[in-house]
Design a protein around this ligand. Structure first.
Ligand SMILES: CC(C)(COP(=O)(O)OP(=O)(O)OC[C@H]1O[C@@H](n2cnc3c(N)ncnc32)[C@H](O)[C@@H]1OP(=O)(O)O)[C@@H](O)C(=O)NCCC(=O)NCCS
Length: 151
């Protein structure tokens, strides 16, 4: 059902916002600000790319955000293509859109000189964990994250 993947364009901002809000609910204003900064070329960490999947009507049915991280759990290289966000519209799932997005992310990472790609998922998100494994990611373990204020 999907047609192709391509880099995001400014005209995709509303659908990217809607899909980001579906993936990470509760901070629409924050997403809007980050999207504005992305298109202004002022994203906090770079290089960073966003790739979208279009269906045959040219509707955007999913996106993947990819960065390059100097360190990633389980990786041995220091320029790792990192899946920061991966989303497919619920009605478009199970048709290979997610796979096409990860393939596009991998191609971008390879073009950036990366030899490894990494990602993370909520351990309770069984579908995401299964999809990662199906896409060739190996499970490199579970890390609990902590924070505290300083000062
Ligand atoms: C994870 C997600 C992006 C996958 O998108 P999708 O378009 O359904 O994925 P695909 O149809 O391309 O499937 C890719 C592979 O993952 C597997 N897979 C996908 N969903 C799965 C599920 N719920 N259970 C088990 N395997 C699954 C598929 O079988 C396929 O493997 P195959 O080609 O060997 O059969 C989509 O389910 C989604 O947006 N989920 C909600 C957001 C989310 O959890 N994102 C990840 C955050 S880390």
């Amino acid at each position: 059902m999907w047609l192709s993947t391509r880099p995001i364009e400014h005209a995709d901002a509303p659908v990217w916002l809607a899909q980001r809000c579906a993936l990470w609910p509760g901070d629409e204003a924050g997403h809007r600000a980050e999207i504005d900064r992305f298109f202004a070329g002022d994203f906090p960490r770079g290089p960073w790319t966003v790739l979208v999947a279009e269906d045959t009507t040219h509707a955007v049915v999913g996106f993947v955000e990819v960065s390059i991280r100097p360190v990633a759990e389980g990786c041995v290289t220091h320029r790792v293509a990192y899946i920061e966000g991966w989303f497919v519209r619920p009605d478009a799932r199970g048709h290979g859109v997610g796979r096409a997005l990860i393939d596009a992310a991998a191609a971008w990472g390879t073009a950036q000189g990366c030899a490894e790609m990494a990602s993370d998922a909520d351990p309770a998100n069984d579908a995401s964990c299964a999809a990662h494994r199906a896409m060739g990611f190996e499970d490199v373990g579970l890390v609990r994250c902590f924070r505290r204020d300083l000062g």
